[in-house]
Design a protein around this ligand. Structure first.
Ligand code: ATP
Ligand code: MG
Length: 423
């Protein structure tokens, strides 16, 4: 093990790159707020039991991917493998169902941990932007979420987005489909992967979701859940499609979408893009009308989605989309001789006035100070030599336009604003 190597499947965000994350976060916050969602923050770890009950013990996540450990008090703890269960737990713990419904919340940049085989777009720690809406049974909510994700991603510049929707029914109609699917798969079990042979017994729906190509081949002609929906689920799915059509976004009914979590009912959806390495799901979600009750609350419908930030960034990179890089430094104060005292005070004054300002901390020569200012992309320099110091002023220079002004210290912040605005 290398001390200077992050654990496999994790990634740092370097100071020079964090603006890209902040840009995404800003856009996501605005998109969520525009639809009436407010932020929730829940702990990075929860009691393991929450995920066993919430996510479902036949899922890949619970069977293979959770970071579970005993804490020093001998409690079983798990690092969040997804965002919804924690949100539901908090919703119940704080009696949010007693407030006006629907209760709309989002989480941003939530670290999610899954023990997966690391590869492109697949990390052991990734981050999600997720929305959850509690209390609303209507398909307009499902549509609202799909539209929000779609519009957000397209406005960021992601092209090639394919909106895939499906309905996996409810406990009333799904058992019939399970039966049909099992009958269909019965003769093919031997050709399925080891995981799917297991899924066949415990949760046949999940076979449809398997990423192994030979399994995908086997389920090509599988019966569709959509032919088995009860009246209520069928009407719900119909209304969802009506909403999306009304909004004018392209979508595809794809009966292969079943999602990897047990809690879904009715609507499931994925936003998929095609990249050079193949299809990439950037956002997945659906309705989970029974989860609140399953976790101990009164029955309450809900719907949500999760979007992987790393995957969004990967797509933006892949498409060559530039994220605006904010300026690191408005003004770099350079000084001659021992005028560091004036320089130090000026930097302080400028920072207090909300201007990003810096100075040399390395004992550099004046020439080297200018070189450094240039290197960090400072918009202006403010130079203090004997003459300037005597006049209580600094000579400000716009690095790009070469415009120069002698500016009294007291007017420095105002001058910086004027001289940087002009560009
Ligand atoms: P996949 O089918 O790719 O394994 P999933 O169905 O397990 O995805 P979800 O549980 O729906 O994924 O998570 C929501 C989103 O989080 C995904 O659409 C994806 O953008 C992102 N995501 C999931 N797992 C990872 C991972 N291991 N690394 C990076 N991003 C991930
Ligand atoms: Mg997965």
């Amino acid at each position: 093990m290398m001390l200077t190597q992050a654990p496999r499947g994790t990634r740092d965000v370097a100071p020079a790159d964090s603006y890209r994350w902040q840009y995404l976060e800003d856009r996501m916050r605005k998109a969520a707020a525009a639809a009436g969602y407010r932020e929730i923050r829940t702990p990075v770890f929860e009691h393991t039991e929450l995920f066993l009950r919430g996510v479902g013990d036949t899922t890949d996540i619970v069977q293979k991917e959770m970071y579970t450990f005993k804490d020093k008090g001998d409690r079983s703890i798990t690092l969040k493998p997804e965002g919804t269960a924690g949100a539901v737990r908090a919703f119940l713990e704080h009696n949010l169902y007693a407030d006006a419904l629907p209760c709309k919340m989002y989480y941003l940049n939530a670290p999610i941990f899954r023990y997966e085989a690391p590869q492109s777009g697949r990390l052991r720690e990734h981050h999600q932007f997720g929305l959850e809406c509690f209390g609303a049974p209507d398909a307009t909510t499902d549509a609202e979420l799909i539209l929000l994700a779609y519009r957000l991603l397209s406005s960021l510049g992601v092209s090639n987005l394919s909106v895939n929707i499906n309905s996996i029914g409810c406990p009333k109609c799904r058992p019939l489909y399970h039966q049909k699917l099992k009958t269909f798969l019965a003769g093919k079990v031997d050709s399925l992967c080891a995981d799917c042979r297991n899924r066949f017994e415990r949760n046949p729906l999940r076979v449809l979701d398997c990423k192994v190509p030979s399994c995908q081949e086997q389920v090509k002609d599988a019966p569709s859940m959509l032919d088995c929906l009860c009246e209520e689920c069928a009407a719900h799915f119909e209304k969802l499609q009506q909403c999306l059509t009304l909004a004018g976004i392209p979508f595809r009914v794809n009966s292969r979408i079943v999602r990897g979590l047990d809690y879904y009912t009715k609507t499931v959806f994925e936003l998929i893009t095609t990249t050079e390495q193949g299809n990439l799901t950037v956002c997945g979600g659906g309705r989970y009308d029974n989860l609140v009750e399953q976790l101990g609350g009164d029955p309450l419908p809900a719907v949500g989605f999760g979007m992987g930030l790393e995957r969004v960034l990967m797509l933006l990179d892949g498409e060559g989309i530039e994220i605006p890089r904010p300026r690191l430094c408005d003004v770099f104060v350079t000084y001659m001789g021992d005028h560091w005292t004036e320089a130090f005070s000026l930097v302080e004054t400028l920072r207090a006035a909300g201007v990003s300002a810096d100075m040399d901390h390395m004992g550099r020569s004046l020439k080297a100070q200018f070189k450094y200012a240039n290197k960090i992309g400072a918009a202006l320099t403010a130079t203090i030599g004997d003459e300037e110091a005597a006049a209580g002023a600094a000579k400000m220079k716009n690095m790009e336009t070469r415009e120069e002004r002698l500016v009294p210290f007291a007017e420095a912040a105002k001058a910086v604003r004027e001289m940087t605005e002009a560009k």
